[in-house]
Design a protein around this ligand. Structure first.
Ligand code: SF4
Length: 191
């Protein structure tokens, strides 16, 4: 199977915006994705993405490594099985992470969590039917959807290099990145 290892780092949003946020650049990448304009957690938005960062003083970044067992990596050798294993692990761990970051919102009122990737709460996002989000109290934006550079964040702030499945093999690990925007400097995150 796999094990989980998480790392947390905090910086000011002023530093983060200056060094890690580039809304036009990442909007360009989002436009090439199938979810663009088809999921309420993805661009395009009816608000200023950089303005969302600026509402808060601090950003806590949580990097969660899903570390696959060597036996598991060696036993799976076709692309479809790799994709299935990755999707199952990611979906399961995304749910666990979502519960943790929603809890932060309860414990530190006024803050808002940043989800690991796009919202997957519904089998098909209501945006595709031109209907409003049905869980606006739960849906959250990801770091990348509002212009954050996840790869740079991981490598520079957390010392983790992104890995991907390749040549029909699971990567050694896959990393989910979530976060918490807040005006509180003393947030305790249990990982
Ligand atoms: S909660 Fe459902 S409707 Fe709302 S963004 Fe997520 S998938 Fe879409």
């Amino acid at each position: 199977m796999y094990k989980i290892k998480s790392h947390v780092v905090m910086t000011t949003t002023e530093d983060y915006i200056e060094n890690y946020v580039d809304v036009p650049k990442f909007l360009g990448y989002c436009k090439k994705c199938d979810s663009y304009g088809r999921n309420w957690s993805c661009p395009e938005f009816n608000f200023d993405a950089e303005g969302l960062w600026k509402k808060y003083k601090y950003v806590y970044i949580i990097g969660t490594k899903i570390i696959f067992d060597k036996d598991m990596i060696n036993s799976i050798e076709d692309k479809d099985s790799v994709k299935k294993q990755m999707e199952e692990a990611l979906l399961r761990e995304k749910k666990v992470l979502a519960e943790k970051v929603w809890k932060l919102e309860e414990n530190y009122p006024g803050g808002i969590s940043l989800s690991a990737g796009s919202c997957k709460l519904c089998p098909k996002c209501q945006r595709q039917m031109d209907k409003p989000c049905i869980y606006p109290d739960k849906m959250r934006y990801s770091i990348e959807s509002i212009g954050g550079d996840v790869g740079k964040t991981l490598s520079k702030l957390l010392g983790i290099e992104l890995q991907w499945a390749k040549d029909g093999k699971l990567p050694e690990y896959y990393t989910l990145v979530s976060g918490f925007l807040t005006n509180s400097k003393d947030v305790t995150i249990e990982i």
